[in-house]
Design a protein around this ligand. Structure first.
Ligand code: FE2
Ligand code: FE2
Length: 293
């Protein structure tokens, strides 16, 4: 939280309108609450989990310091989502069971869920966006399996694909904190529509996530334009569409065409696969959402 009252008028003086401030991208440096900053412990775990040489002991030690995170990790490791044969009772076992990439995913999902559900910033949007992120993460993993791309990465870009929406909501509050006039709701919505994918990529770059996560987020509404990770962008796009089909964190659109979509065809989605998902998705989503909530 900004303690200085001096900082407040400065932001509004430099940028007389909210949209001007948003367009300037100056908020990366001047936003009073930072760019959706992660708690220090979470960033430490993420960086460790991205290190291919990290040991289970190192990861377990850092994770155990955060009780909420530790409890969630145990719950997830024991959930139907992971289906362990025996009950997992220690963090080290949970790390082994989940794998380092999943630990990173749990950290991010937990941070996202707790930030979204607690603060005043996101209001009624927060809960929906958290559920939409978790549902899309789970679907991205399933689509990735069919498309033969990395499933852990798919979980991560599915989880954070609409992160830019949160950023825009946060920026609308931050501008007021910085002494500016509150933007109109429709102005905020217009920026969300037009720029959430691009801004989401910006947040992920700040978090130092690799481009294989950042690119699918930037291109999740126009995967055909993604040059560096086209397959991952297509997986993210389709997972988002499926998430809307089932109404994960949003209004269900059961008639949303999937099989006619050339991207679904390219990824190898078949009628039988979709029929199977239609029956299993709601229950599996509930299990994943319970584990993270
Ligand atoms: Fe989106
Ligand atoms: Fe979405």
């Amino acid at each position: 939280m900004p303690s200085s009252t001096l900082a407040k008028p400065k932001l509004a003086q430099q940028h007389p309108t909210w949209s001007g401030w948003v367009d300037s991208c100056d908020w990366v440096k001047t936003s009073p609450t930072g760019t959706l900053t992660l708690p220090a412990n979470a960033s430490e775990i993420m960086i460790l989990a991205l290190d291919p040489d990290v040991s289970v002991t190192q990861l377990a030690r850092v994770t155990s310091r955060d009780q909420v995170l530790a409890a969630r990790m145990l719950r997830l490791a024991n959930s139907a989502y992971c289906a362990p044969l025996q009950e997992i009772t220690t963090i080290s076992e949970a790390v082994v069971r989940l794998g380092t990439a999943s630990v990173r995913n749990v950290v991010l999902a937990t941070c996202m869920a707790s930030r979204l559900q607690s603060g005043n910033t996101y209001g009624a949007h927060g809960r929906g966006l958290a559920a939409h992120g978790i549902g899309t993460a789970f679907l991205a993993q399933l689509v990735a399996r069919v498309a033969i791309v990395n499933q852990e990465e798919a979980f991560l870009y599915g989880l954070v694909h609409d992160m830019g929406k949160l950023l825009v909501l946060q920026l609308s509050k931050d501008y007021v904190r910085g002494g500016g006039k509150a933007p109109a709701d429709d102005a905020v919505q217009a920026v969300i529509e037009a720029r959430h994918a691009e801004f989401g990529g910006r947040v992920l770059r700040e978090w130092r996530l690799p481009s294989v996560i950042e690119d699918p987020v930037i291109y999740h509404h126009r995967p055909d334009e993604c040059r560096s990770h086209p397959l991952e962008a297509a997986v993210c796009y389709l997972a988002d569409r499926l998430s809307h089909r089932y109404g994960f964190g949003c209004k269900a659109m059961p008639d949303l065409p999937v099989l006619d979509d050339p991207i679904a065809v390219r990824l190898g989605i078949t009628e039988a696969w979709l029929q199977d998902l239609d029956t299993r998705a709601p229950e599996l989503f509930k299990s994943a959402a319970d584990a993270f909530a």
